[in-house]
Design a protein around this ligand. Structure first.
Ligand code: BES
Ligand code: MN
Ligand code: ZN
Length: 501
């Protein structure tokens, strides 16, 4: 399937709103402000804001939408949308992103292709402007690749961020970053949404080559032979039930004149379809497991962003990709596999496949020179039970590295929440036969999965992001269509700049 449509042209503008030629001007409106704050706009709308305020049609409640016509004949844009943004003192970058997202979504649904967003919050900052443009582009995303019928909705062509004062160069740079990061997140969403019959491991690897190769980034793909010579028995074991061969996507970002120093290693789970294998999953909802490569997609798209944002440190991305299928050649419960680091793993449940392929990929990332590791995976249903859909699980060691990742994620607007890694949890992985098992049973399932991965972290600073609950929305949100979210792209890219080494 073709890659995402071109990003819309984005500009920072100021001056007179009346002069902007667009299909829709969007502005946030707060619960704690009166129409007098919007006097200029209201005059052009023939007083409709004042009337709607008085009648209670506009309250400023988050994501409330109010469309109205421009009556002033001198204005070039004829239509305005006010988006409820809640209380002004609670309007932070996260809120700015979702409120702008609601505007992007509404614009797209109403076939507006040239959109203006008025940045008018009390605490406007470059981060706020970046969040707003991210929100618009994420909210306007639709995945219609597999619909033959034209849904009548067309992608945005132009987005203008309008500021009261001329935008400073910092704001312009932040907006540019936002456009890139939202674009890369949307590509990750397309990869995740792509069905398993089309996005096989080999196709995924080809996609990574197209998406990531560039002046500072190289992509190398390990095939079956290369995987065997690395001794990646856990990955081979998971893949052997499928007719589709596994791949390992290795992406390297080398800045110009790189000094010796930390090398960030990003590792993402790339299971293109997870049937559960012989420990097969129930049929109901199994189709969602086409998105079990969301972590790998986030790493690929973060590497694309990093190659364009050019941080000063080296970054290595490793995505092990395979299909987990039952079949005559599939691994059985009770099988013992030998990992790339020599550890022997007893497979008690073939559905705990993500940790297997990640274990080998963490070993490979170390061999390739990573000094700091972050892995990202739709790893456990238990994490969804623990944290629901509003935060990704965060595990790892040492605490300082984990906290640094958490803070970067927070600033990127991707909430992550720590789970404990007390030594006692590791006892649940003790095997009668081998060095360890691949499941610790139901209690603390997200944590024991993390304990398993820790065995493969080689004692390096390592953080594990469990995105099982955050990689897609089950229902459409006011600011985001249902389906893949692209979670992780923004955090992983930001890590290359902001992590505390
Ligand atoms: N890919 C799944 C986890 C998952 C579940 C992701 C729901 C997104 C939504 C993973 O491979 C898996 O099957 N995990 C098992 C582990 C168990 C067998 C120890 C699980 O969570 O049930
Ligand atoms: Mn599974
Ligand atoms: Zn899985």
């Amino acid at each position: 399937m073709p890659l995402a449509a071109d990003d819309p042209t984005t500009r920072c503008t100021s001056g007179a709103l009346a002069a902007l030629d667009a299909d829709l001007i969007c502005a946030p409106v707060f619960t704690d402000e009166g129409p007098e704050n919007l006097r200029g706009l209201d005059a052009a709308l023939g007083g409709s804001i004042g009337r709607a305020r008085a009648s209670g049609e506009i309250t400023g409640k988050t994501y409330e939408l109010f469309f109205t016509d421009v009556t002033d004949p001198t204005w070039r844009t004829r239509r305005v949308l006010l988006v409820g943004a809640g209380a002004s003192e609670r309007y932070d970058t996260t809120r700015a992103r979702t409120v702008a997202g609601a505007a992007g979504m509404a614009a797209r649904d109403r076939r507006a292709r040239r959109v203006v967003f008025v940045c008018r919050a009390p605490g406007e900052s470059p981060e706020m402007a970046q969040a707003a443009v991210e929100g618009i582009l994420l909210g306007a995303f639709r995945d219609t690749r597999f619909k033959s019928e034209d849904s009548g909705s067309a992608p945005l062509k132009a987005v203008d961020l309008f500021f009261r004062q001329d935008a400073q160069s910092q704001t312009r740079a932040a907006v540019e970053r936002g456009v890139l990061l939202a674009g890369c997140s949307n590509i990750a969403r397309e990869l995740s949404n792509e069905p398993g019959n089309l996005l096989t491991p080999r196709v995924f690897a080809d996609r990574a080559r197209e998406l990531v190769s560039g002046p500072h980034t190289t992509v190398e793909v390990l095939d079956e032979q290369a995987i065997a010579s690395q001794g990646m028995g856990l990955l081979q074991g998971v893949a052997q039930g499928s007719v589709e061969p596994p791949r390992v996507i290795v992406m390297r970002y080398e800045p110009e004149n790189a000094a010796p120093g930390p090398v960030l290693g990003l590792v993402g789970k790339g299971v293109t379809f997870d049937s559960g294998g012989i420990s097969i999953k129930p049929a109901d909802g199994m189709e969602r497991m086409k998105r079990d490569m969301a972590g790998g997609g986030a790493v690929v798209c973060a590497m694309r962003a990093i190659g364009r944002l050019t941080p000063s440190i080296r970054v290595i991305g490793v995505v092990p990709t395979a299909e987990n299928m039952p079949g005559g050649r599939a691994i059985r419960p009770g099988d013992v596999l030998t990992a790339a680091n020599g550890k022997r793993v007893e497979v008690l449940n073939t559905d705990a496949e993500g940790r297997l392929i990640l274990g080998d990929a963490l070993t490979l990332a170390q061999r390739l020179g990573a000094t700091h590791l972050v892995d990202i995976a739709t790893l456990t249903g238990a994490c969804v039970v623990a944290l629901g859909h509003h935060a990704s699980g965060l595990l790892g060691a040492p605490a300082a590295w984990v906290e640094s990742v958490r803070q970067v994620a927070d600033r990127a607007g991707e909430r992550m929440w720590p789970l404990p890694m007390f030594e006692e949890y590791a006892e649940q992985l003790q095997s009668e036969t081998a060095d360890l098992t691949n499941t610790g049973g139901r209690p603390g399932g997200a944590i024991t999965a993390g304990m398993f991965l820790k065995t493969f972290s080689g004692g390096l600073p390592w953080a594990h992001l469990d995105i099982a609950g955050t990689a897609w929305y089950e229902t459409t949100q006011p600011f985001h269509t249902k389906g893949a979210t692209g979670v992780g792209v923004r955090t992983l890219a930001a890590l290359a700049f902001e992590a505390a080494w």
